[in-house]
Design a protein around this ligand. Structure first.
Ligand SMILES: [Fe+2]
Ligand SMILES: [Fe+2]
Length: 478
């Protein structure tokens, strides 16, 4: 019996069927502008990833952890299922979980997604999928192969490989402020874990919402975006010796470790959205003899059969995203004001800016001229940066450094290690700024800062990957 088995993970595919928008629809382009992911090319992006999976003859299993479609419309679900069948027809086993984007709010919970079809300049209502329909729609992709299904949430448990059990959780709840499990779901999960442990199986968990946040401030600012019941799950995983859970939802690539006060630990391996500018999925290899789980990142460079205007996968999607639009539109403020308003208007309040041309141009000009050296000197007393390190910054401007940091968010692995002058300059700036704010109004930043932390503790993981050191790869002892 082979001891190594691999499978692929994709998440947050946010698929929008070609039938759900008119070709060239301007309204759909407007909807996409400033989002975190590509929507217009979602079909071609999914197929590009599937082509990679189909080319790998050694790997026969695929897991997709929710937000399968973008806004719960039936046409997209129907066509997404056809896409899945291209994998199953080729002999792959495909398992999915569903999440909040996969159904429409019907006024009976907090879910606010509505099904629509994009016409050239507007939208028209489309047939919505209700939450209760999802288990039936995706019956063939998990529940049918499982040994046990939780009736409350539709979560399921199945033998993924010999000696390896996948427990895939469907977020139950109200579609917004509690996306997780309730008591009954937790009891089912606990009994599945107990059965697997008794059988000596390796357990892999998967769920859409994050169990560990990509940054602590994420849970502080948006606790409702976490898996509903996440602290209960921490305790359960530690107590029962479950070492890994695969998640999505944040559209951010991150690998974090949780350790309880008895030294029992697990990892949350979060994968970025397949349509984010990071452009990747995961390949996971479980070795039942070595008792390890190796996580690798598989990137694709091109969107097949889609015109990106000559741009790479990443540059094309970055140009659509909030951060990319801001970066690309800022220089236009001085050179082409009408185009600046048009481009920036997708993500910044153009109506408020349009009467303040001079002010905006001056602010952009100052921002563009700001040097890292200036920031380093400003925060010198708080960072301990040396004269030589300040010198090493040369003429480097602050804005490209900040955009470089922002550009790394979807794909993880923040760019500046603690030994770089950029790291030190930013650390000093943040700490000095925090001190100044507190001088004027003590506690003014408390609402943004988790207890026991300072503003640099909040900012540091955006600058430097202090999670596990590598958001792309890890080998976990099971
Ligand atoms: Fe998503
Ligand atoms: Fe989500």
């Amino acid at each position: 019996m082979a001891s190594k088995h691999s499978f692929y993970i994709l998440t947050d595919t946010h698929y929008v069927s070609h039938r759900a928008f008119e070709p060239g629809s301007r309204s759909f382009r407007r909807r996409e502008a400033g989002d975190q992911i590509a929507l217009v090319a979602s079909v071609e992006i999914l197929r590009s990833f599937f082509d990679e999976i189909l080319a790998d003859k050694e790997t026969d299993a695929v897991l997709i952890t929710g937000d399968l479609v973008n806004s719960g419309d039936r046409l997209s679900h129907e066509d997404f299922i056809k896409e899945l069948k291209t994998l199953t027809d080729a002999g792959k086993r495909v398992f999915v979980t569903t999440a909040t984007h996969d159904y429409c709010g019907m006024g009976d919970d907090e879910n606010f997604f509505t099904a629509c079809r994009y016409t050239m300049d507007g939208t028209e209502p489309a047939d919505p999928v209700r939450k209760a329909e999802l288990p039936g729609l995706y019956q063939a992709f998990g529940p049918q192969q499982s040994s046990s299904v939780d009736t409350e949430s539709g979560s399921y448990s199945l033998p993924l490989f010999e000696g390896v059990r996948l427990i895939a959780l469907n977020d139950n709840g109200n579609g917004r402020s509690h996306c997780g499990l309730f008591d009954e779901g937790f009891r089912w999960l606990e009994s599945e874990i107990d059965k697997a442990n008794a059988a000596g199986e390796t357990i892999l968990l998967a769920v859409h919402h994050p169990v560990l946040p990509p940054w602590d401030v994420f849970a502080k600012a948006a606790d409702f975006e976490m898996f509903g019941g996440y602290k209960r799950l921490w305790a359960l995983m530690c107590e029962k010796g479950v070492k890994v859970i695969f998640t999505g939802h944040t559209h951010i690539q991150s690998i974090r470790k949780y350790e309880d006060d008895q030294g029992r630990a697990f990892y949350d391996v979060a994968t970025t959205a397949s349509g984010s500018a990071a452009g990747n999925m995961r390949k996971v290899t479980v070795d039942t003899a070595e008792k390890t789980c190796k996580v690798e990142t598989v990137r694709i460079d091109t969107i097949r059969n889609y015109d990106t205007g000559g741009k790479s996968f990443r540059d094309y999607i970055y140009g659509l995203n909030f951060i990319g639009l801001v970066e690309n539109s800022l220089p236009l403020a001085k050179t082409d004001w009408p185009r600046f308003l048009e481009t920036a208007g997708c993500v910044l309040p153009a109506d408020k800016m349009k009467d303040h041309k001079k002010l905006v141009q001056t602010a952009v000009g100052k921002l563009e001229k700001l040097k890292m050296r200036t920031l380093a000197k400003f925060g010198k007393s708080m960072s301990g940066i040396t004269k030589e390190e300040i010198e090493a910054l040369g003429e480097e401007r602050a804005l490209p450094v900040l955009f470089n940091i922002a550009r790394h968010i979807p794909g993880g692995n923040a760019p500046y290690t603690p030994d770089t002058p950029e790291y030190k300059a930013l650390k000093g700036t943040v700490l000095r700024a925090e001190k100044l704010v507190n001088t004027f109004k003590k506690g003014a930043l408390d609402q943004f800062i988790p207890e026991g932390q300072n503003l640099w503790d909040v900012a540091e993981p955006f600058v430097y990957n202090n999670r596990t050191g590598d958001d792309d790869n890890i080998t976990i002892e099971l």
